[in-house]
Design a protein around this ligand. Sequence first.
Ligand SMILES: [Ca+2]
Ligand SMILES: [Ca+2]
Ligand SMILES: [Ca+2]
Ligand SMILES: [Ca+2]
Length: 457
Amino acid sequence: MSITRLSVIAVILLPTCVAATVATPARRPGARAVGAVFEPARRCHAGAVPDFDGDGVRDLVLGAPYATSGGRRRAGAVAVRYGGRPAWLRPSPPQTGAGFGGTLAVGDFDGDHCADLAVAASDQGRTRPGADGTGAVAVYFGSPGGLRPRLTLNARTLGRTPASDRFGAALAAADLDHDGRDDLVIGIPGLAGGGGVALFTRGLRSARLITQHTSWVGQRSSQTDGFGAALAVGAFGAFGRARHPQIAVGAPGDGTEASGAVTVVDPAAHRSRRITEDSPGVRGVPERYDEFGAALAAGDFDHDGTDDLAIGVPGEDDTAMPENFAQGAVYVEYGSGGEDVWNLRRPGPADRLGAALAAADLNGDGTADLAAGAPGGGVVQVLDGRRRRGLRRGALVTSPVGGTDQFGWSVAIRGRDLLIGAPGAGGFGGAAFLARGSRTTTVQAGAAGELLGYAVS
Ligand SMILES: [Ca+2]
Ligand SMILES: [Ca+2]
Ligand SMILES: [Ca+2]
Ligand SMILES: [Ca+2]
């Protein structure tokens, strides 16, 4: 899912004059030691998620990849809400068209219990006009004084020469090696040879690359596969490793005419398994531009101790009604071997259900639930997990603004709340909302085509 897809719509609908945004000065890199002197003597404790400053109050992050930063158009910015207090993270240095904030991930990378934030600028550093960006990921560490810039990761960190890699087009954070620190998984869907996935472990000091050509993956590839365009980490129980974290990697451009594929990789066991709509137990039919694997989420939806994998297929058509192109679908592959296929109850063309997914226990009954965005339809379908029985249809959250707002382009579950991005709202200034039950409130609205809510976390 590239920013370009939305920017095509934005270019058509936006007025040509785009006003400059008022920039809140970013925290100066290197100011960390000085700032620490004035910080209250308090530590972070594991609790509210995410909590960057350790005050026990949940914080929220909203990506605005087309925000103007430092006078550079579309350099991007990220709005951080410490409790209710808004602040901005700006790229340093800002680069025109970099799209900083297009992808976000929250984890505790240094294990100090302050949540940390990874922000991708996957369009950064185009080698020529119109080419995909090389991309970079900025990592901010949480502290009682808030988020502080710590390091930047890019293709060079992996010892590669940057090209049109789209480094950071997908991100996931989880403790893969059980050392008490979250590891960062970075999707590089444009990497030469069909894409790749980088694993940064041990406080992000150790790096390794997995591609379709990795010996134990062993797939044929083509340049447009987009391996690494979506990521989810879960204990899927594949390869007989019950509680071991594994990585699901989406390659929505793989297969015949971008029907899409997902590969579950186990970097410790050196095993992998490829899933397509042609796989045994999967009911679908691979069709042109289905984009199977454009979004992924992992959760134990039937509470059997094994994570289940939700796969977004936003390009899925209704075979019985050809005019319903790209109504979208969500496939759920249970660790037990069962499968669900979900559509909207009243689907329409270009709804693109499954363009965004999030999994966590939303209703507090102890079992993971699933939220699936259908940004073309401006809705988010909630599916409630049930012990032993799996998902059932839950609430349909509809856009409070309507129209071309792309409500559901991004979605995250934060406690009992759904955090929903609508980057098309307000003439593509964008907006983010919190929804609980039938109540939807605005968190923040963007301005001047900055696409706020393109990513949320
Ligand atoms: Ca906080
Ligand atoms: Ca931390
Ligand atoms: Ca399960
Ligand atoms: Ca639940």
